[in-house]
Design a protein around this ligand. Structure first.
Ligand SMILES: CC(=O)N[C@H]1[C@@H](OP(=O)(O)OP(=O)(O)OC[C@H]2O[C@@H](n3ccc(=O)[nH]c3=O)[C@H](O)[C@@H]2O)O[C@H](CO)[C@@H](O)[C@@H]1O
Ligand SMILES: C=C(OP(=O)(O)O)C(=O)O
Length: 438
């Protein structure tokens, strides 16, 4: 087991580059199952734990997949196994994204139910509603979802009750090989949806309107492997921008695309952060005094829930009171308790968190409650007095490649080290106590 140790007090300075987006690469890998012919080559693939989990899922299904030096190749020409067992879906909900491609290509899929997780219950009813509208019969039992269709899926008009990212992707992939046209309404508009649509179109699909509220997919008979490059990770880029802002730093984040992070840039500017838009990224200069701002998480182009915890770290340093409203996930304030261990002044009232600042944060032993919380606590550690120690790094590793090394490169005092046996057993005990007291 490892931990990250942060010693605060350094202003960040320099240039850092964002990796390919986790939330793009996972659906793109799932979509590669749609190719009955040829190999797909995907560039700018981040070496994240989630990417390896997705690779293992496709391996299990007998696709020929490989990932090396940021390049993912997938050949799914052969007979595919149509099952994704719990051991994979448990590790990562995005494994469920193989359902759409399997149903479209093989007419059946047997996938473990993703279940709930730390940030909320995360149901999949909208995915299933879409598959059923296209003619699939869906049964749930023994912790699995079995979906089948006689012949091919049929194009349909589907209105999502909420613009779910995963449901939009899963149904969009299923519709590519359906008979007829599918019109998907009230869909997610995230940049990752556009990236997936671009890859699908390169494979021979006919997807129009991705990035707007309505997507139209004309079914095609067959798709083939294609070459595609993943867009930069806007959440990783945003996390690094906040790291610069909180330390009063001056950092150029290569790969930060204004159009993808418009709400974050707007909120940072309202706080007094200087942001210069350059050709291939953004320069972020932190001010001496940060102003408080309220924010509400929303589906894109609203403020992303995946930036909420990191932004909360920044608000602890603003002069005054700010209100954060989390509307996307019902339980995404788990990091607040960890922030409080660092002396942050944050109160929770239902869906809102009230952050008062500026607080002199103090280094403490904290645990990543999810991947974004992990990044947020490291960011808080950059300005805390003394030493902050972060454990539960498996969460962080799902979404960040060498976050500590990137910060080190900007001058931060951050290290990743092995924990001693004694630390490990006392951390286990503490975890049990925390669960019991929760
Ligand atoms: C791999 C990936 O891309 N993950 C992202 C994706 O997750 P994911 O695709 O799981 O998120 P969704 O957009 O589906 O979920 C958003 C909300 O819709 C609800 N919902 C979703 C599906 C459904 O069938 N029924 C339903 O009620 C969820 O419980 C949640 O409250 O979008 C989230 C919201 O931007 C991000 O936080 C995740 O980082
Ligand atoms: C919640 C997230 O991811 P996932 O949907 O993969 O759990 C995230 O990236 O912040």
């Amino acid at each position: 087991m490892e931990k990250i140790v942060v010693r605060g007090g350094k202003r960040l300075n320099g240039t850092v580059k964002a990796e390919g987006a986790k939330n793009s690469v996972l659906p793109v890998i799932a979509a590669s199952l749609l190719a009955e012919e040829g190999t797909s080559t995907i560039y700018d693939v981040p070496t994240l734990a989630d990417v390896f989990t997705m690779k293992n899922v496709l391996n299990y299904m007998d696709a020929d997949v490989n990932v090396e030096n940021g390049v993912f190749t997938s050949n799914a020409e052969g007979e595919l196994t149509t099952e994704a067992p719990f051991e994979y879906v448990r590790k990562m909900r995005a494994s469920f994204l193989v359902m759409g491609p399997l149903l479209a290509r093989k007419g059946c899929a047997h996938i473990a139910l993703p279940g709930g997780c730390a940030i909320g219950s995360r149901p999949i009813d909208q995915h299933l509603k879409g598959f059923e509208a296209m003619g699939a019969v869906v049964e749930i039992g023994n912790g699995y979802i079995e979906a089948k269709v006689q012949g091919r899926l049929q194009g349909a008009r589907i209105y999502l009750d909420f613009p779910s990212v995963g449901a939009t992707e899963n149904i969009m992939m299923a519709a590519t090989l359906a008979e007829g046209t599918t019109i998907l309404e009230n869909v997610a508009e995230e940049p990752e949806i556009v990236d997936l649509a671009n890859y699908l179109n390169a494979m021979g699909a006919k997807v129009r309107g991705a990035g707007t509220g309505t997507i139209r997919i004309e079914g095609v008979k067959q798709m083939k492997g294609a070459v595609h490059s993943i867009i930069p990770d806007r959440i990783e880029a945003g996390s690094l921008m906040i790291a610069s802002a909180i330390t009063g730093g001056d950092v150029f984040v290569e790969g930060a695309i204004h159009e993808h992070i418009r709400p974050l840039v707007a909120k940072l500017r309202e706080m007094g952060v200087i942001i210069e838009d350059e050709d291939n990224g953004m320069r972020v200069i932190g001010p001496d005094i940060l102003r408080p701002v309220d924010l509400k998480t929303m589906p894109h182009p609203g403020f992303p829930t995946d930036m909420q915890a990191q932004f909360m770290a920044l608000l602890t340093q603003a002069k005054g009171t700010a209100v954060i409203t989390e509307t996307v996930f019902e339980n995404r304030f788990m990091h607040v308790e960890e922030f409080r261990r660092m002396n942050a002044d944050v109160k929770i009232e239902g869906k809102t968190a009230i952050v008062s600042g500026p607080t002199r944060l103090q280094g403490a032993e904290v645990a990543a409650t999810d991947l974004r919380a992990g990044a947020a606590l490291i960011i808080a550690g950059l300005v805390a007095e003394g030493e902050t120690t972060l454990t539960e790094l498996r969460h962080l590793d799902r979404g960040y490649v060498d976050f500590h090394k990137k910060l080190q490169g900007l001058g931060a005092r951050v290290e990743r080290v092995e924990v001693t046996e004694m630390e490990e057993s006392s951390s286990k005990e503490e975890k049990i106590l925390r669960t019991v007291n929760h």
